[in-house]
Design a protein around this ligand. Structure first.
Ligand SMILES: Nc1nc2c(ncn2[C@@H]2O[C@H](COP(=O)(O)OP(=O)(O)OP(=O)(O)O)[C@@H](O)[C@H]2O)c(=O)[nH]1
Ligand SMILES: [Mg+2]
Length: 326
């Protein structure tokens, strides 16, 4: 028997993590009927979405992302907030993302009734991951999660993707990584709203302090506008030090941006980008599912091989002939 969208909605809104997980699984499915169901559920829930603070937690492998999320998450749960933890991890499509392997690092948090942890979607393509993650954020919001933390491995595209769907971007660095001395990756410096130096405890504490000073200097060189320059703070997730300060920074930044209207503007911009991506995806699948696509593509390829026709022009002709546009 088909489960109605009303059932999903009722269960999600009454806080069932099981049904939230089921709805997320629907969004991740490649079966058209599942996608249609997911869209129906999302469309009905949409008016209740948007009320969370979406935060990307990014950094290179092993920097301490999961440990930081566990500490921050526990702190937030203790202060009465419901939090969701998601992941964007294109590196391990088979295991479903490193967050799974990280279960041990979020052991305490996973036990909390006020926390929902979801590993990254297992479909490899980044475009698919983007859609699932965006939809998962919305579903979590409909379920009343107030802070959504997205762990993302600091490797090029996945970072940019995480930034495109979050309100704040927190960049993690570990002492002795050497990145700060190279002035860091410039693109990432431009994304960061807050920089956290991890593992500021025990033997690595002095190195963490040096890293903070180096990063502050690097930031002042790359980000000359005082008002948007990210702060650099020291954190020890193991000792729960600096966690409250980190949260204060994030909360303050969000409040400040809301007051100035930047928060809403950024979300609108992100929604517009999402729409553009969906249009491209829709067009692509429309073309791929056209009964004459393969034969026309083959003919076009042969033509390009034979006559050396300009690829852009050949592509335009192919699309127009299949979609019957002028
Ligand atoms: N001393 C110290 N070690 C830490 C701290 N936070 C994390 N670590 C250690 O750093 C290692 C990596 O921690 P994770 O939290 O798994 O790092 P991650 O960035 O999530 O790693 P990936 O998901 O594999 O990219 C582990 O051995 C942790 O015990 C900290 O606050 N202090
Ligand atoms: Mg991790």
């Amino acid at each position: 028997m088909r489960i109605t969208s009303e059932k999903y909605i009722q269960e999600i809104q009454s806080g069932s993590r099981l049904w939230l997980a089921r709805a997320i699984t629907l969004t991740e499915s490649t079966r058209p009927e599942h996608r249609a169901e997911a869209e129906e559920i999302l469309a009905k829930l949409l008016p209740t979405c948007g009320n969370s603070l979406r935060i990307a937690i990014s950094g290179p492998p092993g920097v301490g992302k999961s440990s930081f999320i566990e500490s921050l998450g526990l702190f937030l749960v203790k202060s009465g907030k419901k939090i969701a933890v998601l992941a964007i991890d294109p590196s391990s499509p088979i295991t479903g993302g490193s967050i799974l392997g990280d279960k041990t690092r979020m052991e305490e948090l996973a036990k909390s009734d006020f926390c929902f942890i979801r590993p990254s979607p297992s479909s490899g393509a980044l475009g698919g991951v983007a859609r699932h993650t965006r939809e998962t954020i919305l579903l979590c919001e409909a379920a009343g999660y107030e802070v959504i933390l997205i762990e993302t491995v600091g490797i090029g595209q996945s970072e940019v993707l995480a930034a495109s769907m979050t309100d704040l971007f927190v960049q993690l660095h570990q002492p002795l990584s050497g990145d700060e001395l190279q002035g860091l990756k410039k693109g990432v410096m431009e994304l960061a709203d807050l920089i956290v130096v991890t593992k500021a405890d025990g033997e690595t504490k002095p190195a963490a302090e040096i890293a903070r000073n180096d990063l502050l200097r690097a930031v002042s060189l790359t980000r000359t506008d005082d008002s948007t320059r990210p702060d650099v703070i020291l954190v020890s997730s193991h000792k729960c030090q600096g966690i409250q300060e980190a949260w204060k920074h994030m909360d303050h930044l969000a409040e400040q941006r809301k007051k100035l209207g930047f928060f809403e503007t950024k979300r609108k911009q992100q929604t517009r980008e999402w729409l553009s991506q969906e249009i491209s995806n829709e067009l692509e699948s429309l073309l791929n599912s056209h009964p004459k696509f393969n034969s026309t593509l083959q003919r076009t390829r042969d033509e390009v091989d034979r006559s050396g026709e300009h690829c852009g022009r050949a592509a335009r002709t192919l699309i127009r002939s299949l979609l019957k546009t002028t």
